[in-house]
Design a protein around this ligand. Structure first.
Ligand SMILES: Cc1cc2nc3c(=O)[nH]c(=O)nc-3n(C[C@H](O)[C@H](O)[C@H](O)COP(=O)(O)O)c2cc1C
Length: 452
């Protein structure tokens, strides 16, 4: 008791000097695109397990963080009584026995354990209470708030101690707040930190890249995609594009898929074998685009011709679930590489400004500050390794938009996915950028790959 009181006195001395404003450069606010995205992801059914949030909080800041975490994940929060004196504004909360009995009946595997920093370490009341919990096999996400300084060695030792008790301990979420921080600021800061911590709301998958030539597929290089889950947009929820699309989780059986979009050279072999119709290139924009370069992806192939090609190679067109899984594994990333779109010309072949691209096919404004990716039209396969998918596929975004089969939606059996060499809008390249096309459709923006 006396010890806590002395710590409090020390703190007050610190704080008189520390009238620090609540400022942070990077706080996600309501309406922020990332927050919306996060909520969309979490709203997908069964997406994350509801955690239990257990907090020690003396003056309420750690409790506000805990409340935000619980509300983001839909879990329940407990703030336990620390039994210290009768301080105004409450440090109290529910009886510790109540939490223990809740935990005994609840199967939650993830515990968010929150505490304020006292004496540069985990607050004593938190240590005392956490000592009573059964942590064996639980995933523990520690979080703490502090004012000025933390002893990292002490904290590390404490986390190690939790691991020794059988917990899987994730890196802690740390929040530095001044005394003047309002609740709203604390809530926003919590969201921002959680958003950065993808490991807290996305399961990770161990992926071995395995792409090799397959003699049973005319020697084309196929990449293995093992059975696993994929998040796809529910077709009904895409509708007019105004309603928030809904993600649903599906399991996809193992398959192998072309590492690259099918090239003109590969398609020509099928034509020579008499199994694929010739594509009229001369004098058309298709011809201009490909300019006899056999190594480029073949454009202007309709779904019927693409099916014929895949068939010839002992393969078939991918469906949209397979394509999406090949592009982003079981994550909900917007792109093969993550969620943000760096238009810096390093991850995909996309639209050019009129100055560097095909003038009449440029969607970018003439005065737009646009970094060229170096290719006015198509780029040779695998020119952008930074954009490769987790399974090693090249050019899933940009180059040619790819034909995939879909469950019939508004009479369409196919969709184009991934965006093309001419597109400039990040949404078009994103996983939510697919659009349905009719039978026998193919043009200078579309290509394809096949699966086995
Ligand atoms: C007894 C006591 C000791 C504290 N010691 C430290 C400290 O060593 N370092 C620090 O940065 N903040 C220290 N603080 C400040 C708190 O960690 C900080 O204000 C925290 O956000 C309070 O969380 P709460 O509102 O949930 O109680 C101390 C606060 C108290 C009450």
């Amino acid at each position: 008791m006396r010890k806590y009181f002395m710590q409090l006195v020390t703190l007050v001395v610190f704080c008189v000097a520390a009238i620090v404003c609540c400022m942070d450069n990077n706080i996600a606010g309501a309406g922020d695109g990332f927050v919306d995205l996060f909520e969309k992801k979490l709203s997908a059914q069964g997406y994350v397990e509801e955690p239990v949030v257990i907090v020690h909080s003396f003056s309420g800041r750690t409790a506000t963080v805990g409340e935000s975490i619980a509300s983001l994940f839909g879990g329940r929060m407990f703030r336990y009584s620390d039994g210290i004196g009768k301080f105004p504004n409450g440090h109290g909360g529910v009886d510790q026995d109540e939490i223990s009995s809740y935990l005994n009946q609840n199967t939650a595997k993830t515990l968010y354990l929150g505490f304020p920093i006292w004496n540069e370490d985990v607050s004593e009341p938190a240590k005392e209470f956490i000592a009573t919990l059964d942590l064996n096999g639980k995933t523990v996400v520690p979080f703490y708030t502090y004012l000025h300084s933390v002893n990292q060695n002490d904290l590390d030792a404490y986390m190690k101690h939790l691991e020794d008790r059988g917990a899987i301990v994730k890196p802690a979420l740390a929040f530095r707040f001044s005394f003047s921080c309002k609740k709203n600021f604390i809530r926003k800061a919590t969201r921002t930190e959680i958003l950065k911590r993808q490991d807290l709301w996305e399961e990770t998958e161990n992926i071995n890249v395995s792409c090799k030539p397959d003699s049973s597929a005319k020697g084309m290089t196929l990449c293995e995609v093992p059975e696993g889950d994929v998040w796809v947009y529910h077709p009904d929820s895409k509708g007019d594009g105004l309603a928030e699309p809904v993600l649903v989780r599906k399991t996809v059986a193992a398959f192998a898929i072309n590492k690259t979009e099918v090239t003109l050279k590969q398609y020509s072999r099928c034509v020579e074998d008499g199994a694929c119709p010739e594509i009229e290139m001369d004098g058309s924009f298709c011809g201009n685009l490909i300019d006899d370069n056999e190594l480029l992806s073949v454009p202007c192939v309709s779904s019927v011709e693409a099916e014929a090609f895949c068939n010839w190679a002992g393969l078939r067109l991918p469906n949209i679930d397979e394509w999406t899984r090949a592009a982003r594994g079981q994550s909900t990333n917007n792109y093969t590489w993550g969620d943000s779109f760096p238009a810096d010309g390093t991850t995909l072949n996309m639209g050019e400004s009129p100055g560097t691209g095909f003038k009449e096919y440029s969607l970018a404004k003439a005065d737009e500050n646009f970094k060229s990716d170096g290719f006015p039209g198509l780029a040779p396969s695998c020119s952008f390794s930074k954009g490769n998918s987790p399974f090693g596929l090249c050019d899933m975004h940009g180059n040619l938009a790819e034909l995939v089969s879909i469950e019939e939606a508004e009479n369409n059996h196919y969709a184009l996915v991934g965006g093309s060499w001419m597109d400039v809008d990040p949404d078009t390249f994103s996983m939510n950028g697919s659009f349905g096309v009719g039978e026998n459709f193919g043009f200078y923006l579309s290509g394809f790959r096949c699966v086995k």
